[in-house]
Ligand binder design. Structure first.
Ligand SMILES: [Zn+2]
Length: 500
């Protein structure tokens, strides 16, 4: 997608005056009190008194008591049903809302030079307590995961895919700054298997298959992933149809990539044409070849969607349990232009000074010089509608952004993703589910993460206002609890302050 944004031609002055979302980062009234009770072995570390609890399974539960001890939720009960109990820290929850810690299910921890060391603090400060890294070289992302694991109270939970397992030519081959060396290209099935084996040996948490794979190499990677018990995500290879990729066992598809082709009335012709373009373009640069294929088919496919075919495709996705991660944040940044909004520009102040200055200058210049074209608008409209169709069909959806690509401020952008999911037709509760219990289900850790129930891990976000009334209230963060550690507003503000 990046190239899409980089094809910058000049025109129209676009000044940034979209709505001013007030991000309530100001310090909230301190309502924390320390109990006088003597600590006993059974005493809780944190007690939320009279709190409104929200999770995707139980909905809104008012007037609750939630107890946290060490890194677990040990009690969730109606205040009236519980004998008085003390805790080391009592939080008066009146008027406040407690939701499970959020996930950003599509990030690149190591992508923007100079931002790597700020990623964890930015996620945590915005209530993102878990992330899924969907592409990075092993020597770079494994140490990040290790750092997070060694310091779980001050970093998000990190799941990594390692590099993109691609074919040849390879899209992310390091040939341009926009195509850094994130891909491992395999020209044969044997090479593809070797690449997958290397990932599995490195104990990645999932595999990511990419667009230039042959169907045979793709299926070999999926088989390796299945045997190792890992989810296989990725972009549907251009050489394949979505149904074929889903039936082969692909666990999830990022950006709804190439789904428009599969739902076009002439999908078979489009597939044959793509296969021929791939064959003829063997010697081309991977990113160029991919761009040309998208260019040749995307607008046409979006204009020729076939309802019956779409129903068939979505049925396969639902039946096979193939998830979708729309990543509206990156996919509609071009058409929605939220990057120029006052609040968005303000979020750049959380970044190291050098990056803040570059992003401010470049994002404004981009918006000024690049008109919103019809193709991007049509494509965004298609995406928003498709998510509605996917929900009706029972296709599982997760929230992810693709930050920090294209001026997507880490952490901040996940809240935009939630708003965009609601814009696409999800209820606020469903959007919260897509960023909490759904990713936990995806990784099969929903027995201990993603809901506010007894026995669950204590990754929580305390909000000043009801996110079910307005999803943007997920931004009104009073505190973040990560692995049982309470980060109050003052601590979060420190996390938002760059030191470089
Ligand atoms: Zn990505």
């Amino acid at each position: 997608m990046k190239y899409y944004f980089q094809i910058v031609l000049l025109f129209a002055i676009f000044l940034s005056i979209n709505a001013c979302e007030t991000t309530k980062l100001a310090t909230s009234n301190e309502e924390l009190a320390t109990s006088n009770q003597k600590p006993a072995t059974s005493i809780a570390d944190i007690k939320f008194q009279n709190i409104n609890v929200i999770d995707a399974k139980n909905g809104l539960q008012k007037g609750m008591i939630v107890l946290v001890k060490d890194n677990r939720i040990i009690k969730v009960a109606k205040a009236a049903d519980m004998a008085p109990t003390g805790a080391k820290r009592t939080v008066i929850g009146t008027g406040k809302y407690l939701i499970p810690g959020l996930w950003d299910a599509h990030v690149h921890l190591v992508f923007t030079e100079g931002l790597e060391s700020s990623m964890f603090r930015l996620f945590l400060a915005h209530g993102i307590t878990s992330i899924r890294d969907t592409g990075g070289q092993l020597p770079l992302v494994l140490p990040e995961r290790e750092k997070a694991r060694n310091n779980p109270k001050n970093a998000p939970r990190v799941m990594v895919a390692g590099p993109l397992l691609d074919g040849k030519p390879t899209v992310y081959d390091g040939s341009t700054p926009y195509n850094p060396h994130l891909g491992l290209g395999a020209g044969t099935v044997t090479e593809a298997e070797k690449n997958a084996d290397e990932m599995i040996a490195a104990e990645v948490d999932l595999l990511k298959a990419y667009e230039m794979l042959t169907p045979e190499a793709f299926k070999a990677i999926v088989a390796k992933g299945k045997t190792a018990g890992l989810p296989i995500t990725g972009h549907v290879p251009l050489s394949m149809d979505v149904i074929e990729a889903s039936d082969a066992g692909m666990s999830s598809m990022e950006h709804m990539r190439n789904l428009e082709f599969a739902c076009s009335s002439d999908w078979e012709d489009l597939l044959k044409t793509r296969q021929k373009m791939l064959f003829d373009g063997k010697e081309e640069v991977g990113s160029t070849l991919r761009r040309n294929i998208h260019k040749a088919q995307r607008a046409h496919a979006v204009a020729n969607q076939d309802a019956a075919r779409r129903t068939e495709v979505l049925k396969h996705l639902a039946d096979n349990g193939t998830w979708q991660i729309p990543t509206f944040s990156i996919m509609t940044a071009f058409s929605e232009r939220f990057i120029t909004r006052t609040d968005w520009q303000r979020s750049f102040t959380f970044l190291p000074a050098k990056i803040r200055d570059a992003w401010t200058k470049n994002s404004i210049a981009f918006a000024r010089d690049t008109p919103i074209d019809k193709g991007s608008k049509d494509y965004a409209k298609w995406m928003f509608e498709m998510v509605g169709h996917m929900q009706k069909a029972g296709v599982e959806i997760m929230a992810g952004t693709d930050c920090p690509i294209f001026y997507l401020t880490p952490g901040y952008s996940l809240h935009e993703e939630l708003a965009l999911l609601v814009k696409a037709g999800m209820t606020p509760l469903e959007a919260i589910g897509a960023a909490t219990v759904k990713p936990a289900e995806y990784f099969k850790i929903d027995n201990e993460l993603g809901l506010i129930e007894e026995g669950m891990l204590a990754d929580l976000v305390l909000l000043e206002a009801n996110p079910l009334e307005d999803i943007r209230n997920t931004q009104k963060i009073n505190a973040v609890i990560r692995d049982g550690k309470f980060h109050d507003r003052a601590a979060l503000d420190i996390l938002l302050t760059p030191t470089e």
